[in-house]
Design a binder for this molecule. Structure first.
Ligand code: NAP
Length: 454
């Protein structure tokens, strides 16, 4: 049984029967047969449907936004923004997929030689709950445009979203079985990966989930893309505009109640400006309002579940035991729901949970560095390498640090890290491999075929 629970009051919203493996196999087989026809369609036809999907999203934005907020607690304004972003990625690939996947002539001794991009078949997407629509659309839009079919195994707590997404493609007029949702929990994913019609797997989620899925897929020689966790460092240098930097750092830490892979997690501030930064950071964090995510006045709602909230609290307690100092929050409030307040730990150092692990909630780790070199070293001292940001008035220096020094997939200067359909998104180290979005994302699950005519 898959259960959706509203984390703002812990009441059960709905329960769904899990599919048996046979039922999943039936759907995968239907998706495969649909793929065989879909791959023959023209880009103009696919674009038309993908544009319609964007329209369906915009027309039903309120319904989808409320559903997301009810199932996982995202503040309603952020849910609305997420639906709009999904429409954007549909439009983006509707307009650009053909250009990205056009044959590329390569001059050789042949009379003609070129690279052609051919779809692979049915791709399995294992997705997380934190951006329940966006994570799926950034997979589905490029892949359906490339000629693939998709089956979605969504996180067990957002089944309502999973079914609504399937319905978006149905409403847009895509073939009935081109994109389907499988109602299965994580323990039943293995036989799905093993199904011969599943040609590749993409997983967005935690490191253990990524390791488990990728090792099985690897043993079957099925390609994977992994978008895993992060502990993004934000560097604040001596010449930074501290007010802007602190505001940006707070907003990035609290987005989605802190449950974003690219939320800022470690704030590494050089000694000279540390005290001033801490003062501003504390003020801005203290100003944020926590409460009912359906009330637009609130900046953050609950965590997605009490279990996840309790795990986060345990990380805070362990960090304090290890020597970190709590200067804000850090207590489970006496109210219904999975709430956790904006929290700040200072004096955070390597070896502490708040430094070494991913803190998936509104908990900031403040770290003092003696200078820029030490700040860069501390930033890179992580098993993760997803995003990173640097704040400085010297854009040239910022660019050099972002490009040459920070070991991460997405490095920003004077802004917080965000995903954008036009730019590649993904990580290195235990944050995963492969890229989503941009021309790179649409080429992950295609056969990059060489054609050579003598
Ligand atoms: P999770 O527990 O790993 O779950 C993600 C998905 O994987 C869910 O559908 C889950 O299903 C499934 N899953 C878990 N263990 C599995 C296994 N052994 N075999 C097959 N499937 C498995 O992660 P989460 O708590 O939902 O999401 C938070 C994590 O995702 C964080 O680490 C975050 O940083 C990461 N994330 C990364 C990105 C990125 O782009 N890099 C974006 C968003 C989130 P069930 O729900 O049924 O367990």
């Amino acid at each position: 049984m898959l259960t959706s629970i509203n984390p703002s009051n812990n009441k059960v919203l709905k329960q769904y029967d899990e599919m048996t493996t046979e039922q999943s196999y039936e759907i995968i087989s239907l998706a495969h047969h649909t793929f065989l026809e879909w791959k023959e369609t023209l880009f103009t036809h696919r674009s038309e449907l993908m544009k319609k999907a964007a329209k369906v999203l915009r027309q039903n934005s309120e319904e989808y936004s409320v559903l997301m907020t009810m199932e996982m607690g995202k503040p309603i304004a952020q849910s609305r923004a997420e639906v709009e972003k999904c429409a954007w990625v549909c439009d983006y690939y509707a307009e650009n997929a053909e250009k990205f996947l056009t044959d590329e002539i390569v001059k050789t001794e042949a009379s003609k030689s070129f690279v052609s991009y051919q779809p692979l078949g049915v791709v399995l997407a294992v997705m997380p709950w934190n951006f329940p629509f966006w994570q799926v659309f950034r997979f589905a839009a490029p892949n359906l445009m490339a000629g693939n079919a998709g089956v979605l195994k969504h996180a067990s707590n957002v089944t309502g979203c999973a079914l609504a997404i399937e319905d978006v493609f149905r409403k847009a007029g895509f073939p009935e079985n081109l994109f389907r949702t499988l109602l299965v929990s994580s323990k039943n994913v293995k036989p799905i990966i093993e199904n011969e019609n599943i040609k590749a797997v993409t997983l967005t989620g935690s490191v253990p989930a990524g390791k488990s899925v990728a090792s099985l897929a690897g043993s079957l020689i099925k390609k994977t893309v992994l978008e895993l966790g992060g502990s993004d460092p934000y560097l604040v240098l001596e010449d930074a505009d501290l007010e802007k930097a602190a505001m940006s750092c707070v907003n990035s830490r609290l987005i989605n109640a802190g449950q974003s892979c690219i939320a800022a997690k470690r704030f590494i501030v050089v000694k000279k400006v540390y005290d001033e930064f801490e003062k501003l950071y504390l003020k801005f964090m203290s100003d944020k309002k926590m409460g009912d995510p359906l009330n637009e006045k609130n900046d953050l709602g609950p965590q997605a579940s009490t279990q996840l909230r309790d795990e986060l609290h345990n990380q805070v307690l362990r960090s304090i035991e290890q020597g970190a100092e709590l200067i804000l929050g850090g207590k489970i409030p006496a109210m219904d729901g999975a709430y956790y307040p904006p929290t700040i730990l200072k004096n955070v150092k390597p070896g502490m949970a708040a430094f070494d692990e991913e803190l998936f909630g509104p908990v900031a780790a403040l770290i003092k560095a003696k200078d820029e070199d030490e700040a860069i070293d501390l930033a890179n001292k992580s098993i993760f390498g997803l995003g990173a940001a640097v704040f400085t008035k010297d854009n040239k220096k910022g660019e050099w640090i972002a490009k040459e020094k920070l070991n991460a997939g997405c490095c920003f200067v004077n802004d917080f890290v965000k995903s954008d359909p036009r730019l590649p998104f993904g990580g290195i180290k235990e944050s995963g491999y492969g890229r989503e979005l941009s021309p790179f994302g649409i080429k992950e699950f295609v056969n990059i075929k060489t054609v050579y005519i003598k």
